[in-house]
Design a protein around this ligand. Structure first.
Ligand code: NDP
Length: 323
């Protein structure tokens, strides 16, 4: 059995606990948290302090880091890779090379293995971009996200004075997707590819029109998009908008000989973004343990991992059943 620890217990941590219950070859040995363990409501797993994790070297095959990308993972992944094999879902795209270099150095110095930036984007979408662009070098790749909840944009709405609560959906432009699939060559702006839809609960005495204006003109978040804003009650928001669906499409349209059109489409429709992301992390945790057993120390990303390493089946079984 592969012994797994969860570091950090939020949405993703809970998703990893759920996913591990579906694996035959893996067991959860504990949840490690910065909070007082007795205050963390797990779904059965025992919770411990981070200090208790330091004594577990040799007893845990892999730690799945479930902290946030903004401030947790940049320090937590290098820190725990000193002692353990690790997996993370670091998704600040521009900072991945820097994060990789830091974790790679620690892993090589301490003879551990780490797979960083797993999940679906970065992660499975990155892999599909690589396959598509390698197979059809004459072509164009577009990634569309949604329909789904963007935590970053929802947080940005909640920071506005007068907003009590809010949820933001990213919606892909389906007309543009169909045109691309039909082989049209389009020059696309940010505004063409996605819409943004906001459901906002106002605090009393705030003017909806002023708040709407503040939202649609917010730099970096909304100003480059067509944004629709709906004002609703807290009860409506709680009842209808607290799930965390997401998904998206990697679409590559290319040509082979002359104008022979080829379309590659990879699509995810997720009722729960964190539960799906967690399931990807768990599969890559298996690969991480296998690489470590082969003494392949250092940092890796999904682009480096042979697909068969994700599976609990033998090479022979995979050749027989999947080819
Ligand atoms: P959360 O905010 O739910 O959890 C992050 C951390 O915050 C936890 O590890 C936990 O650490 C702490 N925490 C959680 N709940 C509480 C609470 N009630 N009070 C105080 N602290 C709390 O983040 P998510 O799990 O939703 O997401 C984690 C990361 O996953 C995101 O930042 C994102 O980068 C990444 N992600 C990546 C994707 C990909 O495709 N690559 C897709 C989706 C997400 P502790 O237990 O130590 O307190």
């Amino acid at each position: 059995m592969i012994k797994v620890a969860i570091i950090g217990y939020g949405n993703l941590g809970r998703g990893v606990e759920r996913s591990l219950k579906q694996q035959k070859d893996m067991e959860l040995v504990g949840v490690y948290t910065r909070r007082a363990p007795e205050t963390v409501q797990t779904e059965g797993a025992q919770a411990f302090t981070m200090d208790q994790l330091k004594d577990k070297k040799g007893e845990i095959d892999v730690c799945i880091l479930c902290g946030g990308s903004a401030t947790d993972l940049p320090t937590q992944t290098p820190e725990w890779t000193h002692l353990f094999n690790t997996i993370d879902s670091f998704d600040t795209h521009a900072k991945i090379p820097e994060h990789f270099a830091k974790v790679d150095r620690v892993a090589k110095e301490n003879q551990t293995t780490s797979i960083i930036s797993t999940g679906w984007d970065p992660g499975l979408f990155s892999l599909n971009r690589l396959y598509a662009q390698s197979i059809l070098p004459v072509g164009e790749t577009n990634t569309f996200w949604g329909k789904g909840v963007s935590q970053g944009h929802s947080d940005a709405l909640r920071r506005i004075e007068g907003v009590a609560d809010a949820v933001q959906y990213t919606i892909p432009n389906s007309e543009v997707i169909e045109k691309l699939k039909a082989g049209e060559h389009l020059t696309l702006t940010t505004r063409d590819k996605h819409f943004r839809e906001c459901f906002v609960v106002l605090e009393d005495e705030f003017d909806p029109e002023k708040i709407r204006e503040e939202i649609v003109s917010m730099p970096n978040y909304f100003v480059e998009y067509d944004t629709e804003v709906h004002f609703i009650s807290q009860a409506d928001l709680d009842q209808n908008h607290k799930a965390m669906p997401h998904g998206g499409t990697v679409l590559h349209t290319g040509t082979t000989h002359e104008n022979t059109k080829q379309v590659i489409e990879y699509n995810l429709q997720l009722e729960s973004n964190p539960e799906f992301t967690a399931s990807v992390l768990v599969a890559y945790a298996r690969a991480c343990v296998r690489l470590a057993k082969e003494k392949q120390f250092g940092a890796y990303t999904v682009l480096d991992i042979a697909p068969k390493y994700l599976s609990d089946r033998t090479d022979e079984e995979l050749r027989k059943e999947l080819l």
